[in-house]
Design a protein around this ligand. Structure first.
Ligand code: NZQ
Ligand code: ZN
Length: 389
């Protein structure tokens, strides 16, 4: 087991009606003038923005609003948000939405106290020292941004959409307001994409070369087994509160790094997927559902026993000690079957991606200048093979 420091101070307010206390919660965390940042339509249509505004007013807080965050959030709106916050003297950001809204909020929060261009934190190798305090009202269980130290933003650079992440403690939200009922309005496809992303956040950590990490392995396996049980329930009945609640809690636990503190983590599938969502503007979880099993097949032989353990403990596949590769393959097949049953894409064709774009995807990833992953180090031919599965 590796040495580690684990500090995730996000205050979580979980359960029915939690969003109605948004004002008091912002106040408790020191907000006086709040930016309510939100997405396209869903939070307005459901009346959530109205309820959040009412709660802030009741708590005696003033606020400004900025909507229009699109999935795979863009830098342009971040610049607009930074300008607005500076002009209005905003001292707290409340993200009302999913990963895209929270990440757009995190980027604004980094940019407000910074004199330079916020993009320095994404492609300039800089780390923010301070950031505006931020919290969220979560509306989709997926990216885990509500408790993660990550922020992912798209920006066009020299005619190419760059999707880049910034990972640092300043990105950790002060609080997360999580009412599973808010996720009941999600289209089934978005629900499924979110579930896939949650599982991938665990698997990126589970497939490791670090030995003797049994406690965290079993945390990972427990979350994955719960997801295997909950996905069919939520796909069958979108109003199944308990399934929604378990999935929402899994979203945070999968990506607050509890499942990865003690080990070397992989993250190749995420980095490879980000090129798909940058080029095609597809949902991140949909891209992962194509890439992650392809990655698993490609790297399986590197540590076949770990893949057999995954198959056995997560999907209950019979352990074949004489032929662990059979157990391992059964696990990958079970994962694909689960995701297919939820309506997720499994191939380039399903995703609407084109094989002729593979050279572009590889170039955009810049794989000739570096390697990807840690479980198995990937070079250009490896990533090409993964795209081709
Ligand atoms: O804009 P609206 O109208 O709200 O529609 C959104 C959007 O179209 C809709 N939606 C959200 N909540 C809804 C709802 N529709 C109906 N009812 C609701 N309750 O869902 C669509 C997707 O929303 P989005 O926020 O994009 O989804 P998600 O949470 O999956 O976030 C994806 C983004 O997060 C990044 C991804 O790369 C992607 O850009 N990630 C961020 C991470 C992080 N910061 O830690 C880690 C992840 O690995 C990921 O990379
Ligand atoms: Zn993800």
């Amino acid at each position: 087991m590796n040495n580690f420091n684990f500090h995730r101070p996000t205050d979580i307010y979980f359960g029915r009606g939690a969003e109605n206390n948004a004002g008091e919660i912002c106040k408790k965390h020191g907000g006086t003038k709040v930016l309510i940042h939100f997405g396209g339509k869903s939070a307005i249509k459901s009346g959530l923005i109205d309820r959040v505004e009412k709660s802030l007013t009741t708590a005696g807080l003033s606020y400004v609003k900025l909507g229009g965050v699109q999935p795979n959030p863009r830098a342009e709106l971040v610049y607009e948000g930074i300008k607005l916050c500076k002009k209005e003297g905003v001292d707290m950001i409340l993200a009302v939405g999913g990963g895209s809204v929270i990440d757009s909020s995190k980027a604004i929060a980094m940019g407000v106290p910074y004199d330079g261009d916020f993009w320095d934190f994404f492609m300039g190798g800089k780390t923010p020292e301070v950031s505006l305090p931020l919290g969220s009202v979560l509306t989709i269980a997926a990216a885990g941004s509500e408790c993660s130290n990550s922020c992912v933003i798209d920006k066009e650079v020299n005619g190419i959409i760059k999707k880049k992440g910034s990972n640092c403690q300043a990105n950790v939200a002060k609080f997360a307001i999580m009412n599973p009922e808010l996720t009941m309005t999600l289209p089934p496809y978005q629900t499924a994409c979110g579930c896939c992303d949650i599982m991938c956040h665990v698997m990126e950590r589970y497939f490791t070369n670090t030995k003797d990490v049994e406690v965290t392995d079993q945390l990972c396996e427990g979350i994955l087994r719960a997801m295997v049980a909950m996905i069919p329930r939520v796909m069958k009945d979108p109003n199944d509160y308990e399934a929604r609640a378990n999935i929402m809690w899994a979203s945070s636990l999968a990506h607050n790094n509890l499942c990865g503190v003690d080990r070397e983590q992989d993250w190749a599938s995420h980095r490879i997927e980000h090129e798909l969502s940058a080029l095609y503007d597809c949902a991140h979880g949909a891209g992962l559902s194509v890439i992650m099993p392809a990655w698993m097949e490609h790297v399986m032989d590197h540590d076949v026993m770990r893949f057999a353990q995954f198959a056995n403990r997560v999907f209950g596949c019979a352990m074949d000690f004489a032929h662990p590769e059979v157990t391992a393959k059964n696990g990958i097949a079970a994962l694909r079957a689960l995701w297919k049953s939820a309506g997720l894409p499994l191939s380039f064709a399903d995703l609407g991606a084109k094989k002729e774009d593979i050279p572009t995807l590889l170039n955009n990833l810049g794989i000739d200048d570096h390697t990807e992953g840690h479980f198995m180090i990937l070079k250009r031919p490896d990533v090409e093979a993964i795209f081709n599965i």
